[in-house]
Design a binder for this molecule. Structure first.
Ligand code: NAD
Length: 505
């Protein structure tokens, strides 16, 4: 008997099936074949989406190209662009309930978290609006009496945006409003598993007065839609969030035209726990870090590295807390952890646990599918794996499920070796009351974000991105805007002061 906290199905009438259409050059298009999305928790159809073709992708790219080149958006003032972005933010807030419900039904995440994701995304749009008004280049006024130079920032052009299923609306909002603030035009391809909130956003963009063709949406699969968006010569930049394997393919596809590539990829994010830490807070944050979004999170705190002296007690504490986390029906506001996105993904998670067990690891909790009364089979138990060695796949690869691996260390140096012995470098954390330990860790950890005595806090102002195979480029914050800008240097001579280069004969 596992003694887990399980929230059974609540009686709920699901909304009518959502019809997701392409948005190309300001017109909705729905004349092709469709795919159906089943709710991972309920097993019933919740949305039907167009399956885009190469022609759809090319039409969207052509619309974005024309919209960029005629300046209908790129040549507006920052104030005018900010006004539209702020209106979109307001409309997102008005539509939180509708969008959150679709996000929950398509992704399986708890409704309370979907609401948080949508309303938090509105804040990203507001922050991007502030950047649209304040973006500026540099001036060089000390180059000598006869010279003045300015460094201008210009929108990069047409941007392809390809997004995953785990935080469909949040990740779109880490990219799109920043690209728009810069003055770019865009073609967006959401994941085939979670298209609907992107399409609802399309409705809101029109309502907010965004000119036709500035944002185009093409639904469908990586092949051929994503691949066309990544390789097409009329696209100036592709920004992608998803798996490292697909990201590598996108970089290769983009290389034929040397377009700019920004990649937000996977992670295997460590948290190091020292004996002098506030262990109660650390245990709570570790529990949150591994189960948030059922671990289907690039920032999942999926491996902890615990000091030998406290490893046994700390692990027992996490096991105990894990049993108190509410897994179950995502539509119940009491639920903290929902369904796994697909049956295949559930099998992949289970395969990692099975392989670790065979390799000699101990499954201290869980390690199997979870039956939630009244719902389908796509749930997985909170799982903690101990006696793990650093070479095991479960300690090195992204499991993307509610699975925590526990490693141990004796010294800071040893902990840092384990932290940095990884292909990924997205985020890392340290728990200690000693400021020197925290700062030394922060400097030495190879990760785009380091958290000390906290986990997964983020702000629109604070840039995010990965080291090593976790990505290329940065999102949000000021750097997030710069990603979508070209830099042009303008050098000017004042007066006729230049000595001739050609010496008269
Ligand atoms: P995925 O790579 O399978 O798919 C992501 C998107 O790429 C989807 O829209 C998909 O249709 C598209 N795609 C697939 N093949 C393509 C191709 N050949 N060309 C162009 N596009 C293609 O990823 P996923 O399973 O949707 O998401 C999970 C992954 O995303 C995890 O690895 C996770 O770590 C990563 N992720 C990273 C971050 C981050 O910020 N670093 C955030 C969230 C998720």
């Amino acid at each position: 008997m596992l003694d887990l906290t399980v929230i059974p199905a609540i009686q709920n009438t699901l909304p009518p099936v959502f019809d997701a259409r392409h948005l190309i050059d300001g017109r909705w298009q729905a004349d092709g074949p469709t795919s159906e999305r089943l709710s991972p928790s309920h097993g019933t159809v919740v949305s039907r989406a167009q399956i885009g073709t190469i022609q759809d992708a090319e039409a969207a790219i052509a619309a974005a190209r024309a919209a960029f080149d005629d300046g209908r958006w790129s040549q507006l003032s920052g104030k005018a662009r900010a006004t539209v972005l702020l209106k979109v933010a307001d409309l997102i807030e008005v539509n939180v309930e509708r969008m959150a419900l679709m996000e929950t039904l398509e992704s399986g995440k708890p409704i309370t978290q979907a609401r948080g994701e949508i309303s938090g995304a509105a804040d990203l749009w507001r922050y991007a609006a502030s950047l649209a008004r304040t973006l500026h280049g540099d001036s060089h006024n000390s180059l000598g009496a006869d010279m003045l130079a300015v460094v201008l920032k210009e929108p990069i052009g047409v941007v392809s945006i390809i997004t995953p299923w785990n935080f469909p609306f949040w990740i779109l909002s880490q990219k799109l409003p920043f690209a728009l603030a810069a003055g770019c035009t865009c073609v967006v391809k959401p994941s085939e598993l979670t298209p609907s909130t992107t399409v609802i956003l399309g409705e809101l963009l029109i309502e907010a007065g965004l000119p036709a063709g500035v944002v185009n949406i093409v639904l469908g699969y990586g092949q051929p839609v994503g691949a066309t968006l990544a390789s097409h010569p009329s696209v100036d930049m592709v920004t992608f969030t998803g798996s490292t394997a697909v990201g590598r393919g996108i970089a290769a596809a983009a290389s034929s035209t040397l377009k700019k590539v920004a990649l937000e990829l996977g992670g295997k994010n460590p948290q190091v726990i020292f004996p002098d830490a506030d262990l109660e807070s650390a245990a709570d944050a570790v529990t949150f870090g591994v189960y948030f979004n059922v671990g289907q999170c690039c920032n999942s705190g999926s491996r902890i590295i615990v000091h030998e002296d406290i490893a046994k007690d700390f692990t027992a504490r996490i096991v105990d807390l894990s049993k108190q986390v509410a897994f179950g029906d995502p539509l119940d506001p009491a639920t903290q952890v929902g369904a796994i996105v697909s049956r295949e993904h559930g099998q992949k998670i289970d395969a990692y646990v099975t392989a670790a067990r065979k390799a000699g690891a101990t499954v201290a909790l869980g390690g199997a599918a979870l039956q939630v009364p009244g719902l389908g089979p796509q749930f997985y138990q909170p799982t903690i794996v101990t006696n793990v060695t650093p070479d095991m796949a479960i300690a090195r690869e992204e499991v993307f499920g509610p699975v925590l691996t526990v490693l141990t260390f004796r010294t800071l140096e040893e902990a840092l070796t384990l932290v940095n012995d990884a292909d990924y470098g997205l985020s890392a954390g340290v728990w200690s009351e000693n400021v020197h330990t925290c700062l030394q860790f922060a400097r030495m950890a190879q990760a785009g974000t380091v958290w000390t005595n906290t986990w997964m806090d983020g702000f629109p102002e604070v840039t995010f991105g990965g080291f090593k195979q976790s990505g290329l480029g940065r999102e949000i914050g000021r750097h997030g805007l710069d990603e979508f800008m070209e830099i042009k240097s303008l050098v000017m001579r004042i007066g006729r002061t230049r000595a001739p280069w050609v010496r008269p004969r």
